[in-house]
Design a protein around this ligand. Structure first.
Ligand code: CTP
Ligand code: MG
Length: 255
């Protein structure tokens, strides 16, 4: 079983837009829809769990209908990103391993003859990918690599080598360290895990009141190694207004 948790329950404060950032359009389509279709059309994804804000649920349902997505599970997000993920993990725990009868398997909707067939995953294996809804340019081959590497390592984090020299500073902006750039990576998503491992790591994080900005950190804090998978610089997260122009450029490049 391979599940995707797609996150769209944030407020997009840094975008400073009256429309929540994941609904802004790139190449005439909402960012969230770009992100969603990458996984919906992927042969190896069984279920998609989409975290949304309660007061945006209706609009998201309208968009899913408009763009023809079926069988997506909607879960209300929480205050912070990690709360949204924890809600989704608990939702998946309750769903169990069964594909619901009235919601078709995403996989069963894709009958492709010319593509590599879906991975034959042992029934005992349960993997979950966590992806930002605001990261619309993830590629099919990246998703494949994340899944395959997670079968080996149980915990993986997509990342790109840092291009800039990174400074560690204190609260008064005095530099306290300059880590060697060759060991620095900028984390992206998908971050992909064995489901039980991620759930246990999250439970541990809540018990110990940890606050983090990505899932790899939660697994690191649970003392399980996380393998980096080298990603692509185009897999940007749309965060601030200047990202929109760059996202338009990337969208044209892949057309
Ligand atoms: N996210 C979420 N639930 C939250 C916060 C964030 O599902 N409580 C999601 C966002 O919708 C986004 C992803 O996590 O797709 C990455 O987070 P970020 O880029 O920080 O988005 P926002 O939190 O929406 O933006 P900001 O931090 O600028 O408010
Ligand atoms: Mg945020």
């Amino acid at each position: 079983m391979i599940d995707l948790i797609l996150l769209a329950a944030g407020s997009g404060k840094r975008m400073k837009s009256s429309t929540n950032k994941q609904f802004l359009k790139i190449d005439d389509k909402p960012i969230l829809i770009h992100s969603l279709e990458k996984f919906y059309n992927h042969k190896n994804i069984d279920r998609i769990i989409l975290a949304v804000k309660e007061d945006e649920e209706k609009y998201v349902r309208y968009l899913l209908d408009k763009y023809g997505f079926e069988g997506i599970y909607l879960v209300h997000g929480g205050k912070e990103r990690q709360d949204s993920i924890f809600n989704c993990l608990n939702y998946i725990k309750d769903l169990g391993h069964n594909l619901s009868h009235n919601r078709p398997s995403i996989k069963s909707q894709i009958i492709s003859s010319d593509k590599e067939p879906a991975l034959g995953i042992n029934e005992d294996i349960h993997i979950v990918l966590v992806h930002d809804g605001a990261r619309p340019f993830v590629s099919e081959s990246t998703i494949d690599t994340c899944i395959k590497e997670t079968l080996v390592h149980k915990a993986t984090c997509l990342a790109v080598p840092a291009k800039d020299t990174i400074k560690l500073a204190d609260k008064d902006l005095n530099i306290v360290d300059t880590p060697d750039r060759k060991y620095l990576w900028c984390a992206q998503t998908p971050q992909t895990f064995d489901f039980d491992l991620l759930l246990r790591a999250y439970e541990n994080a809540y018990t110990n009141k940890l606050s983090v900005t990505d899932d790899a950190s939660i697994v690191e804090a649970y003392c399980h190694p996380v393998k980096i998978i080298k990603g692509n610089y185009d897999n940007i997260k749309i965060t601030t207004p200047e990202d929109i122009g760059y996202a338009d450029y990337i969208a044209q490049k892949y057309k």
